[in-house]
Design a protein around this ligand. Structure first.
Ligand code: CP
Ligand code: NVA
Length: 308
């Protein structure tokens, strides 16, 4: 069974093959209307369940469109509307869904839910975001970086702000794709130490720098994300904003990076909070290419999981 649960648990050669296939498939359908099928239909006859226990725009639409372009069918399920939200165990839900569908994508809260789904499903499971990680996003981001600037290996990536789930998957990717990563944010919001140690063990130079502008020095890519994630309590909003304000990505921070440095954000963004509109809409920003590349990267992830 080939699940796609995390970047650090997927072999580097497989990650590279997924990125390369995503690029090939994207190029093969360039310029076509979104609703037209691909030339080959690797998911013909396949049924895919897309389960959301949290809101989503990009993940929901890109998976749904991707499956259809590859000839498969989807059903989008809200966790709250399933028995899952009313006491049926994850294990039993996994066993039941495996009798109906060929692939399960789940966006959930706890890492344990994803792991239990994968353990008891007899079909592949894809992580569509948990409180701790967001691997599909980072596959799209690697694809985006490499389309614009070539291989990401050896480059300097700066993560500014909250050491959250998206940051964690970026750190995992540093170890697997061989780039360096500097985290800049307040100590209370540092990424998990074992994620950092894992990436270092993979050969990545992972650093922490409290001064955001020093951190940005010589960067090839600057990335940020919301200051309050879906799993964070709203009561923490004001405290987080106060702590994170020095880490806003703005013109002054971008000026310390290389002149051709890219800016990324997984979206949804809060304009003029974690990043200024000037940077989001500026010449270095590739945020909408990232959003588009969710589609192409995930199509390749689904093919990898199904072996088709
Ligand atoms: N970036 C991302 O996962 O967006 P959604 O929450 O809209 O799916
Ligand atoms: N860190 C954000 C990412 C949203 C795609 C969250 O978990 O809400």
């Amino acid at each position: 069974m080939t699940h796609f649960l995390d970047i650090h648990t997927t072999p580097p050669a497989d990650l590279r093959a997924i990125i390369d296939q995503a690029r090939t498939m994207k190029e093969a359908r360039a310029g076509r209307p979104r609703g037209t099928p691909d030339d080959t239909l690797p998911l013909a006859g396949r049924m895919v369940a897309l389960i959301f226990e949290k809101p989503s725009t990009r993940t929901r639409v890109s998976f749904d469109v991707g499956v259809r372009q590859m000839g498969g069918q989807t059903m989008v399920l809200s966790g709250a509307d399933m028995q899952l939200g009313h006491g049926e165990t994850i294990a039993d839900t996994a066993r039941v869904l495996s009798r109906y569908v060929d692939l399960i994508m789940i966006r959930t809260f706890e890492e344990a839910t994803l792991q239990e789904m994968a353990e008891f499903a007899s079909v592949p499971v894809i992580n569509g975001l948990t409180n701790r990680t967001h691997p599909c996003q980072i596959m799209a981001d690697i694809l985006t970086y490499e389309e614009h600037r070539g291989p990401i290996a050896g480059k300097k990536v700066v993560w500014a702000g909250d050491g959250n789930n998206v940051c964690a998957s970026f750190i995992h990717a540093a170890g697997q794709f061989g780039f360096d990563l500097t985290f800049t944010g307040p100590a209370t919001l540092d990424p998990e130490q074992d994620f950092i140690e894992g990436a270092r063990a993979g050969g990545a130079d992972v650093r922490i720098e409290r001064d955001a502008h020093k951190a940005a020095e010589g960067a090839d890519l600057i990335v940020t994300d919301t200051w309050v994630s879906m799993h964070d309590p709203q009561s923490a909003r004001e405290r987080r904003h106060n702590q994170l304000r020095p880490y806003q990505v703005n013109d002054a921070m971008m000026a310390r990076a290389k002149p051709d440095a890219l800016f990324m954000h997984c979206l949804p963004a809060h304009r003029d909070e974690e990043v200024t509109s000037r940077v989001m809409d500026g010449p270095n920003s590739v945020i909408f290419d990232e959003a588009e590349n969710r589609l192409h990267a995930q199509k390749a992830v689904m093919r990898y999981c199904l072996g088709v």
